[in-house]
Design a protein around this ligand. Structure first.
Ligand SMILES: [Zn+2]
Length: 202
């Protein structure tokens, strides 16, 4: 697999200007069959570009910065830490259509733990890029692994892909499940079962 992509935003010099991005939206509006000059669409390119800033903010985020280098002492705690049901919105890299899902992330600490909010934030960093679900699952696991160096990381993502629901095969309601296990989770099937049981317990 590729090394973790910590930050991949190009230099300002390579990035198109806001005006160029808005013009590209006008081109797509014409391609869809509409008239970018009609009143209801006049501000649409500006709004789309603004929303891209937010939806794709993950390109400008640095995973090291998000996870930080400050870890809390565990005070003797050495069992699994699981944050489940982390909602996210992403976009598939094939159609740029939304992917809506939940991530469940666990690790087995090796003397140190992460602030819990950081796990949710790292999910957002990778979700706010163009993604495949498989790559996103692995990237979250790798980023936590590299930064915290725990005994193992487990990531389970369940998501619905709008490119399947709205177009193509039009299978709305179908969910795609992906998992990545590292370290003790990878080596020990019992740990995987324990993780899945905790994710599913209600
Ligand atoms: Zn797609």
């Amino acid at each position: 697999m590729d090394a973790i992509v910590k930050k991949i935003a190009p230099d300002a010099a390579v990035r198109p200007s806001r005006e160029q991005a808005e013009e590209a939206v006008r081109v797509l509006l014409r391609w869809a069959g509409d008239d970018p000059k009609r009143e209801g669409l006049l501000d649409t390119p500006k709004r789309v570009v603004n929303s891209y800033k937010e939806l794709f903010a993950g390109y400008d985020a640095d995973t090291d910065e998000v996870l930080g280098r400050t870890f809390e002492e565990v005070g003797g705690y050495e069992d699994m830490v699981l944050v489940r049901d982390i909602p996210f919105f992403s976009h598939c890299e094939h159609h740029m259509l939304p992917v809506i899902g939940k991530a469940h992330v666990a690790y087995l600490p090796d003397g140190r733990v992460l602030g819990l909010s950081k796990i949710a934030r790292i999910v957002d960093v990778f979700a706010r890029r163009l993604q495949t679900q498989e790559a996103m699952t692995a990237q979250i696991a790798d980023a936590i692994s590299e930064s915290l160096q725990p005994l193992g990381v487990a990531v389970f993502i369940e998501a619905e892909h709008m490119c399947m629901a709205m177009r193509g095969v039009q299978k709305s309601g179908s969910t795609t499940l992906t998992t990545t296990f590292t370290g003790s989770f990878k080596a020990n099937a019992t740990e995987q079962v324990r993780f899945m049981t905790m994710v599913r317990s209600r």
